[in-house]
Each structure stands twice: as structure tokens, then as C-alpha cells.
Design a protein around this ligand. Structure first.
Ligand code: SF4
Length: 176
């Protein structure tokens, strides 16, 4: 089974979203957040984009294949840069960055760090990977496997983040 940074992100945002996405119900095309983030990075860091492109990372944990695509990796400084529109889901962004750092470790790039960049807020947040984080990520990928292979879709979470989720209409179709 393949696990990507998107699975890690969705696991921390909403288990139902993780299940829907992983079971082929993909509605991101009705939502512009993915395209938005890419565009934001390209516009905010145009000089960076002249010289560098995204970097793909791969790793394995047991039978699980792990994949990630980093916005920008400064190999000299060993710093991953991830551009985000808002810090509303910072915990999910942070775990996504830790997942990339874990993949770097698997590829013998040790003691790297990540910087989450919010150009619209003019803020940055630094992320590092601890040994406890690695244990947590190991647990997370096993939990992701359990959730997405279950026949049962997790319940709606009735959170304020639902209104900006691409699955909102699907989840709350009977609630108007
Ligand atoms: S609308 Fe809410 S409950 Fe439904 S998938 Fe999105 S975050 Fe989860």
C-alpha cells in the first residue's frame, strides 16, 4: 500500500476526509486549495523557482511504501521549505513536514529541518523531527492503513473547518 504526505495531512485534519480520498472519492478538482498553494509558492518565491524544482522522496515502513513531494529543498542548508496559504491547519502542515523529514532520514539525509512559510501572513514556523515524532509517524502510517482499508467511512466531525472542505456538500447533504 502507498502512503503519501496527503494521507498524513488528511489523517490530522479529518479521518473521514482521509477515508473518502483514499477510497477514490476525490473532489479536490471542485476546490482550488491545491492549485492555490502551488501558485502561491510560484508567485511568492519566483527566484527560487528559477533555480530549483520540487523534490520527490520515497521510503518504506514494513510493507508500506511512502512518498512525498517537497516544494523546495535547500540541500546545502538541509532545509525543506513548504509554502502554505494559512496557518489554520498548522498541526497537519507540521506533521506533513515531519513526514518529509522522516523520508529524508530514510534516504540518509540526517538532521534536516523544515520551514513552513505563510507569505500572506508574513510568518514562518520551523519544524524539526524528534525520535518521539518518528514513533508517532510509525503509529500514524499504521493507523492510516487501518482506516483506509476499513469498510466503514468514519463519521462527520462537525467542525468549523468543514465549510471549507471539498467534501462539505457530500458530508452534509441531508442537513439543510
Ligand atoms: S466536510 Fe468535515 S467531516 Fe466531511 S470530510 Fe470534510 S472535514 Fe471531514
Amino acid at each position: 500500500m502507498n502512503i503519501t504526505a496527503t494521507h498524513i495531512n488528511y489523517y490530522h485534519v479529518c479521518k473521514r476526509k482521509l477515508w473518502l480520498f483514499s477510497n477514490g472519492i476525490n473532489m479536490e478538482h471542485t476546490h482550488d486549495s491545491v492549485y492555490d498553494g502551488k501558485l502561491l509558492h510560484e508567485n511568492s518565491y519566483a527566484k527560487r523557482n528559477e533555480k530549483h524544482s520540487q523534490m520527490e522522496l520515497q521510503g518504506e515502513f514494513g510493507s508500506l511504501k511512502l512518498y512525498g513531494v517537497v516544494d523546495f529543498f535547500d540541500a546545502k542548508q538541509k532545509v525543506i521549505h513548504e509554502t502554505k496559504r494559512s496557518d489554520r491547519l498548522e498541526s497537519a502542515h507540521s506533521w506533513q513536514a515531519k513526514f518529509y523529514l522522516w523520508l529524508l532520514e530514510m534516504n540518509d539525509i540526517h538532521n534536516a529541518r523544515a520551514i513552513l512559510e505563510y507569505p500572506l501572513l508574513r510568518e514562518t514556523t520551523q519544524v524539526v523531527l524528534s525520535s518521539e515524532d518518528v514513533l508517532s509517524l510509525e503509529h500514524t502510517v499504521l493507523e492510516i492503513k487501518r482506516i483506509v482499508t476499513s469498510n466503514e467511512c468514519p463519521p462527520v466531525i462537525n467542525s468549523k473547518i468543514c465549510k471549507s472542505c471539498s467534501y462539505y456538500e457530500l458530508c452534509y447533504v441531508n442537513e439543510e
